[in-house]
Design a protein. Structure first.
Length: 156
């Protein structure tokens, strides 16, 4: 529309962590004669050297994201190898005070889960379990706030 003269931003290459989106922004700015300003400099994407530098910044930003993800995954794997990785447990399980996985201490939750498996053994399918629960007016067990708090306290 010819109304924008400059795009201002901090670390503008992070506007898109994806080269396609980043280069699309550069192309639009070049076509519309729009400048790009970040904390380092002012760039004119229509000029070869500026566009080259902006393209390189975008590529480096994308590579940085890949490295961050790889480091995070490496950290998780290291914790797992040391036996220190704590993850949210499936409904019906909890961590005890020593960090071991145990059945949820709440007897109502244990009974509700047992009823699901007993019904499955009797009817033979997940659909059959759902039909039986509906017929009986039963509700499927769901995580209560206490079980979630117990996991969050271990994760925190």
């Amino acid at each position: 529309m010819g109304r924008v003269g400059i795009v201002l931003g901090l670390e503008v290459s992070r506007l898109a962590r994806n080269s396609t989106d980043w280069h699309r922004l550069l192309e639009i700015c070049a076509i519309t004669d729009t400048l790009i300003l970040d904390e380092d400099d002012i760039y004119h994407p229509a000029e070869f050297n500026d566009r080259l530098l902006l393209g390189l910044k975008g590529t480096m930003s994308e590579a940085e994201l890949h490295l961050i993800r790889a480091r995070m995954r490496g950290g998780l794997l290291s914790k797992a190898k040391r036996g220190e990785l704590v993850t949210p447990l499936p409904f019906g399980f909890a961590y005890d005070d020593e960090g071991r996985v145990v059945l949820e201490p709440n007897q109502q939750i244990q009974q509700a889960i047992r009823s699901v498996f007993e019904t499955f053994r009797r009817v033979g399918s997940a659909f059959g379990v759902a039909k039986e629960f509906r017929k009986q007016g039963w509700q499927f067990p769901s995580a209560d706030s206490a079980a979630r708090r117990s996991c969050r306290s271990r994760l925190g």
